[in-house]
Design a protein around this ligand. Structure first.
Ligand SMILES: [Zn+2]
Length: 341
């Protein structure tokens, strides 16, 4: 059980704990009745009262009610699930802060973790490419690819592969869709806690609903002509689409590919022609890719506008360690860099 991440909502009326309290009280009363009975039968003068009592006292500690085990793949999904689940189930994540989901190097424990889970929440659209077979071969519970459930018409990558772009969480409205589908799955797996999950979902959704127009307004404050950003891999298409900003990247929707020299040249020409203010680094991509972005900035005279969180949150308890914090950090970094002087 991993409690490193941060449930934002902790209920004070948690149903499993209430149930456990009632059972514990019952067991406690039964224990006293049994003790009194032994005392009366024994005439209260047994030479070894403790030994006799030990043999017949019913168990005082009833087993915990069955708790759901939930596994999430990416750090964004883990954060969403923790907000939704609160302390009613055991949540763990597979990927850690800063890890790249496209080329995630599976650990030996992953298969076991997936096999033990009642629910496995993934992004889907081939984001977790290296986990696909591990999930297929080990999952005993229900697997829910949240992006595939929430986004009926995904954007396509700019390469020729014809693959759907998996970075749907970059549009807050789509992430609200993730929440809705995660809630449905949770209720069907654990109907006893339905109202608790619904309350948590409503509170988290209210924060997402506020975030969306905030991003729109922030991006709108950048003059239209300057609203073009360059990143290392193409993770911001949904962000661009939802918040009215143009985005170009050195490579396509997967970090598994390497940039070709002619693509770098083309990108640098665009940076010069469009007088692009800033290029952005990403936390979850390879240092090589970030170095190439730095070189292109030097070659074109553009600035490095900062570092964005694209496919992973920051460490827990850091400002960008939650989805809400990550989206705010990215937006503020982009706006500050593109507004220029
Ligand atoms: Zn990506």
């Amino acid at each position: 059980m991993n409690h490193k991440r941060h449930p934002i909502f902790v209920s004070t009326t948690h149903p499993p704990i209430k149930r456990r309290g009632a059972l514990a009280r019952l067991a406690h009363h039964s224990a006293w009745i049994a003790l009194i009975a032994i005392f009366l039968i024994d005439g209260g003068c047994s030479e070894r009262p403790e030994a006799t009592a030990r043999q017949v006292i019913p168990r005082l500690d009833p087993p915990e009610p069955q708790r759901l085990k939930i596994v999430s793949t990416t750090t964004m999904i883990e954060d969403l699930v923790r907000n939704l689940v609160g302390n009613a189930a055991d949540v763990s994540g597979i990927m850690r802060a800063g890890e790249d989901p496209h080329i995630y190097d599976a650990r030996p424990r992953d298969a076991e973790q997936i096999a033990e889970a009642d629910l496995v929440f993934t992004n889907g659209f081939h984001l977790e490419a290296t986990l696909t077979n591990i999930i297929k071969n080990n999952a005993q519970g229900t697997v829910i690819p949240l992006a595939e459930k929430a986004v009926a018409k995904p954007l396509m990558g700019n390469d020729k592969s014809g693959a759907a772009d998996p970075h749907c969480w970059m549009n807050v409205d789509y992430f609200r869709g993730y929440l809705g589908h995660a809630l449905e799955a949770l209720i069907s797996a654990d109907p006893a806690n339905e109202s608790y999950y619904r309350d948590n979902a409503a509170r988290y959704d209210a924060q997402l609903a506020e975030l969306d127009p905030w991003i729109k307004n922030q991006i709108a404050s950048v003059p239209k002509g300057r609203r073009v950003m360059v990143t290392s891999h193409d993770a911001f298409q949904y962000f661009a689409d939802a918040y009215d900003i143009e985005v170009r990247a050195m490579i396509g929707i997967s970090t598994a590919e390497a940039p070709r020299p002619q693509e770098i040249e083309k990108l640098e020409k665009l940076i010069r022609d469009r007088k692009v203010q800033a290029l952005f680094l990403e936390t979850s991509v390879s240092p090589t890719l970030n170095t190439l972005i730095q070189k292109s900035a030097e070659a074109t005279g553009a600035n490095i506008g900062g570092t964005l969180y694209s496919d992973s949150l920051d460490q827990p308890f850091q400002p960008a360690g939650t989805y809400l914090g990550m989206m705010r950090h990215n937006t503020s970094t982009i706006v500050q860099a593109l507004q220029g002087s």
